[in-house]
Design a protein around this ligand. Structure first.
Ligand code: GLU
Length: 492
């Protein structure tokens, strides 16, 4: 392998959904690698058997595929550094931990749950918290006896008791801790599985990860990992810790801020490419005024030094803006492909409008999210009831009375209309208004109202006419005519 090649990894735990923070981490890891021609690896961290969620790994593959973050190596893409699933590496961790025990850098701990609990309770009022290193001082005979008795044990890291451990984080700078504050943390649990604290070091070394990119919640535990790298004599990778993501209220992003998973955002009608674009700017500054970046452009522009320390703020209004920009920039066909599930929600088994291109044209500039589509186009699938007041327009001086003769004359005009295309229909209606001595709005306004039956619709009379087609448009105009006649009869 090329020595200089950057290798990063995304190491999610299968929880059943992709938190926005995790996806941001995956994206930054991808960008750190891809901006330098490196490789991006997927590793599944499933050693916490108690938290195992059925089908959760598939969700990770799915989220990465949808978001376009493609990995070069992973459980289903062998790159020669596998297995890429931690539960399949169980023996590796145990062997490695035993190496540390031999070297005097780790020890077996036989303390029972009861003892640890009692210790925890006793420490509630004392300054010292954590394991009291009881088993660090067991002699060989005691250890052999406990092993013979088959007592369960964990393996703990033997922390130095003095001095300090430091490293230089690529974002947060120098991080140092006094060794005396470090607990002799568990490396291998009593079920034989490693803790994250151990496995991350072994895996990152074995998979030749050059840049460990992850959330800043690991910033202060990293000195413990540095001590493990040193104990094994492994080369220490570059650490790139990412800033927190907060909600607008300054608190860490959580459920009470609304949608916090990628899946939630997709089902709320956000486009994956808009989400990715927005996430890239959560903690990274491109340094110019450009805000819209495709994934390829992000790869071109991304630099580690543009990552910021200050917490990023997840602002759903800003995400909506990005989404609307992406929606507007889409071709009609691409838009309709994404919008189709929402169209089907509205039309069910009824036929879709023949002019889906016109539908796309009117919707694209009017949406922040795809999920707004059903409400906006319901009038196309259903004939709503309405009050005649819908025909009143003060400025245009229209009313049911002025609309009535217009509708009557429009019936034969629509009957003879051949092409339901925007420009000829528009020109025809303008011509019609002119011949009647009316303003365009005096024809288009009431016509739009009669065809849509709602006060506000995307697009105007021309679009409604093209979308509904001849038969439905005529039927709705006739309903309007009957309504006005009925009202007039009631008044007489
Ligand atoms: N499994 C860890 C998590 O999901 C990975 C942290 C890391 O990237 O090292 O938080």
């Amino acid at each position: 392998m090329d020595k200089a090649m950057i290798r990063t990894r995304f190491a999610p735990s299968p929880t059943g959904f992709m938190h926005i923070g995790n996806l941001r981490t995956a994206l930054f890891e991808y960008l750190v690698a891809k901006s330098a021609g490196g490789r991006f690896i997927l590793r599944i961290e499933d050693t916490d058997q108690e938290r195992y969620v059925e089908g959760a790994t598939e969700k990770i593959y799915e989220a990465l595929a949808i978001s376009g973050i493609e990995y070069d190596e992973g459980p289903d893409k062998d790159g020669g550094f596998g297995p890429y699933v931690q539960s399949e590496r169980k023996n590796i961790y145990m062997e490695r931990a035993m190496e540390l025990v031999e070297a005097g850098r780790a020890y077996l701990c036989f303390c029972s749950e009861d003892r640890l609990e009692a210790l925890h309770d006793a420490q509630k009022t004392s300054d010292f918290k954590g394991y009291d290193r009881h088993c660090r001082h067991l002699d060989e005979a005691e250890i052999s006896r406990y092993l013979e008795e088959k007592r369960p044990f964990v393996i703990r890291q033997k922390m130095p008791l003095e001095g300090e451990t430091s490293y230089d984080d690529a974002v947060f700078g120098r991080i140092s801790v006094a060794n005396e504050t470090l607990e002799d943390q568990v490396l291998i649990k009593s079920d034989g599985f490693p803790t994250y604290n151990f496995a991350n070091v072994i895996d990152d070394h074995d998979m030749q990860i050059t840049h460990v990119v992850r959330g800043c919640e690991y910033l202060s535990s990293t000195p413990k990992y540095i001590l493990l790298y040193e104990a094994f004599g492994y080369e220490v990778p570059t650490f790139v810790h990412l800033p927190l993501i907060n909600g607008k209220d300054g608190h860490k992003l959580s459920k009470r801020h609304g949608a916090t998973s990628f899946e939630d955002l997709l089902s709320e009608g956000y486009l994956p490419e808009a989400i990715i674009n927005y996430l890239a700017l959560l903690g990274w500054s491109p340094g110019g005024t450009q805000e819209i970046f495709s994934l390829e452009e992000l790869c071109e522009h991304f630099k580690i030094k543009g990552i910021q320390k200050a917490p990023a703020v997840f602002d759903e209004d800003k995400l909506k803006w990005f989404n609307s920009q992406y929606l507007q920039a889409m071709s009609n066909d691409a838009f309709n492909a994404r919008a189709m599930p929402y169209y089907l929600e509205v039309f069910g088994s009824k036929p879709l409008p023949a002019r889906l291109d016109i539908l796309a044209e009117i919707l694209k500039p009017r949406l922040e999210r795809l999920s707004e589509i059903p409400e906006k186009i319901a009038f196309l699938a259903e004939r709503f009831d309405y009050e005649l007041d819908l025909f009143n327009h003060k400025k245009m001086k229209t009313s049911p009375e002025t609309a009535y003769p217009v509708f009557k004359k429009l019936i034969p005009w629509i009957e003879s209309l051949e092409v339901f295309d925007h420009d000829p229909v528009y020109e025809g209606l303008v011509e019609f208004a002119k011949s009647e001595g009316l303003k365009n709005g005096q024809v288009m306004g009431p016509l739009r109202a009669a065809l849509t039956a709602v006060p506000v619709s995307p697009g105007g009379a021309v679009e409604a006419l093209c979308l509904l087609g001849r038969d439905e448009a005529l039927a709705r105009l006739n309903i309007a005519i009957e309504k006005i006649e009925a009202a007039q009869a009631a008044q007489a």
